[in-house]
Design a protein around this ligand. Sequence first.
Ligand code: SF4
Length: 160
Amino acid sequence: MKIGIIICGRYKSCDGGKCFRAIRNHEGAFKQYPKNEPLEVVAYTSCGGCPGGNIENSINGMKKYGAETIHFATGVLAGYPPCKYLTTHIKFVEEQTNLPVVIGTHPMPTNYIEMHKKIGDWTPYHYKLMEKFTLIDSEESKKYDSTREDYTSILQKELK
Ligand code: SF4
């Protein structure tokens, strides 16, 4: 599967480590693809910052480079607050490219789940998306919580 990834502009300097880890492990939203199916990122960009103008600029290029599915990175839901333009972004990308759109990349880290629960800014719509795209899984979510003391050792074990 050839994938294009659009990340939230608030995280434009993100190293992408969690997304690529999830691709490698077929975790989070990448669980939908069979374990033995190779996953290739053919394009990766940011939305350009609110309200997401770079989506319009980049989406045709992603298709040209062979993207068969467009993933919005988990940060669009993880950020405080979650992206308020998401429904427009989803509709626009679907209409413009005729490609399936997936909301999410890596599993939602536990520290984000806990904070969003405290501040109450996730709506039923957001929970529905996270359920549909398998972003909340207690074991995987724990593994992606980089505030854990043993985070680095978990990563190192995976990479051996
Ligand atoms: S909140 Fe939405 S529009 Fe704003 S930077 Fe993030 S993805 Fe882009």
